[in-house]
Design a protein around this ligand. Structure first.
Ligand SMILES: [Zn+2]
Length: 391
């Protein structure tokens, strides 16, 4: 977005209201504990918001849509938390993850000025220009305005994406979250988010050192912080871009995409390590180019489900890292290291994450077969089943 300075102040005010309402919900929620009945839901909080607006004129001056949608975001965040895919929502801080959503958008609220420039009507702010970088779908009902830590304003119009048609080749792919690489496919492909270049990494380290030395509250600190934020925003942009490209690619190439059920994964994964908390010895190897972060992985699964609805299968991750994908024997000592898998029964050896991804594909094959009913009359537990395994 390209707001004027006056518009920027008004947008920041919307962010402040959204943050204030969100933090109230966080605070209110912290008073609840199991056995005390349920915390107020979205509808009850909206009612309370109406009361609060009547009592506090400064709150009433803000947009009711912005404030209500902050409550809606919070309700969604709590649902995600209870669903096991996200952490419990916490305080929003000034300058971090700032944004708000506008709903009930009408067609006449968005207009195109030229090939590259558009304009959107933001309540209580007016017409704000933005770079028309992507076609705006007809019939958009809502948009979200965000300010990233680098100080850039963004607008995103919400549209339900068209599902990617299945290729119809009957192929099942298993996708595992790698520790050193971002994702591993059962086909043996290792996918990695484009990391920061050597020079960028060096600059990141230099800025971080400089920030540690800068005096709190100094002008120098503000400057270093902004430079650091721009660099981190670039890394985040690349990660998001990778998620979009990877999810589209998988949805196009495979009929069924199998991923681990994160709810269960959170409980069973500790020994193996995750991206944020790698197992022993992984941190050094991974260095700055660590695997995809928890949020990035969750986003990949979400986008896969958007693009390939009904074709994403979540499988129980039990034993995926200990089971041999060639002979099916579960052996906790087969995983020699973070990267190596060596089966002591059939001597199959290979990349540990690829082995895990094959097990995920295999488990999904079983799930598909169970859904479709028995396919053959052979022994059910015969393994391996070449039809389901992708070599
Ligand atoms: Zn084996």
């Amino acid at each position: 977005m390209q707001p004027t300075p006056a518009q920027e102040a008004a947008l920041a005010e919307h962010c402040r209201h959204a943050r204030y309402v969100w933090n109230l919900a966080v605070e209110q929620d912290s008073f609840w504990w199991p056995g005390r009945g349920s915390a107020p839901g979205f509808a009850e909080r909206c009612r309370q918001l109406t009361e609060a607006r009547a009592a506090h004129p400064w709150l009433a001056e803000g947009s009711v849509i912005v404030q209500q949608q902050a409550l809606k975001d919070f309700a969604q965040a709590m649902a995600n938390f209870f669903g096991g895919t996200h952490k419990r929502p916490t305080w929003r801080k000034r300058g971090r993850g700032e944004g708000f959503r506008i709903v009930a958008v009408k067609a006449e609220d968005v207009r195109r000025l030229s090939r590259h420039v558009g304009e959107v009507r933001v309540p209580k702010v007016g017409w704000v220009r933005f770079r028309w970088s992507w076609p705006v779908s007809a019939g958009v009902k809502s948009y979200r305005v965000t300010r990233d830590r680098a100080g850039r304003w963004h607008i995103a119009f919400a549209a339900i994406p068209q599902p990617v048609p299945a290729p119809g080749n009957g192929e099942v792919v298993g996708v595992d979250r790698g520790v050193v690489v971002s994702a591993v496919l059962s086909t043996g492909e290792l996918l990695t988010v484009a990391p920061l270049r050597e020079t960028e990494q060096a600059r990141l380290r230099r800025l971080e050192r400089r920030l540690a030395r800068a005096k709190p509250g100094s002008a120098r600190r503000v400057k270093v912080k902004a430079a650091l934020a721009r660099l981190k925003a670039r890394r985040r942009d690349r990660r998001k871009d990778w998620v979009e490209k990877t999810s589209t690619d998988l949805a196009r190439r495979f009929d069924v995409i199998a991923v681990e059920d994160l709810k269960v994964a959170a409980m069973t994964r500790s020994a193996r390590g995750t991206a944020e908390k790698p197992g022993r010895g992984v941190r050094q190897k991974a260095g700055l180019n660590r695997g995809i972060l928890a949020g990035g992985w969750g986003l990949l699964v979400t986008r896969l489900e958007d693009k390939a609805p009904g074709r994403v299968i979540r499988v129980d991750p039990a034993f995926t890292s200990q089971r041999c994908s060639a002979c099916g024997v579960v052996d906790r000592r087969a995983r020699e290291s973070q990267a190596r898998f060596r089966c002591r029964s059939c001597h199959h050896a290979g990349h540990a994450d690829v082995n895990a991804a094959r097990n995920i594909a295999h488990a999904a094959g079983h799930a598909v077969a169970a859904r479709e009913g028995p396919r053959n009359t052979g022994p059910v537990h015969r393994e391996p089943q070449p039809v389901l395994l992708i070599a």
